[in-house]
Design a protein around this ligand. Sequence first.
Ligand code: THU
Length: 138
Amino acid sequence: MEISREYLNLFEEAAKAAQTAYCPYSNFHVGAALLLDDGSVITGINIENRSYGLSNCAERTALFKAISMGKKDFKAIAIATPDANYPVGPCGACRQVISEFMDKKAVVLFGSEKQNIVYTTVEEIYPFDSLHELGKNN
Ligand code: THU
C-alpha cells in the first residue's frame, strides 16, 4: 500500500523529533508525531531517567503533551526509531495509552526509516482492548 504524502511527512516529523530524544542510558532514540484533525502536528521523544523505570516513551510524551495543551482530535500517530534496522512498534503501555486517547480507526505508522514504514490502525495493534468498556473511545 502506498503511504500518502501527509503520512510520510508525519513520519519525517517523528524522525526529526527523535534527534532530540533524551536517552543517555539506552542510546535508543525514538520520536513520535501526532497528526490532529486540523492538520497541526505535536511531537514527542523518549525521556529517560537514571532511575530507569521512570523513563517515558516518545508516544506517551507526545500524547501527554497534546492532552495537556487541550488537544484531542487525533488522526494519526507516527513513530520513528532510527537506531533500529526494522520497524519498532509501540510498547504495551503505550498501546494502552494510545487506546485511551485515539479512535480505534486512527492510523498508526512506525518505522526505523522511510523505506520500512508499517501502516496500521489502533484497533489492529490493540485488539481485545483492556477495560474498553470503561473507556470513552470504546
Ligand atoms: N521506547 C519508546 O520511546 N517507544 C517505543 O515504542 C519503544 C521504546 C523507548 C523507551 C526507552 O527510552 C528506549 O526506547 C529503549 O527501550
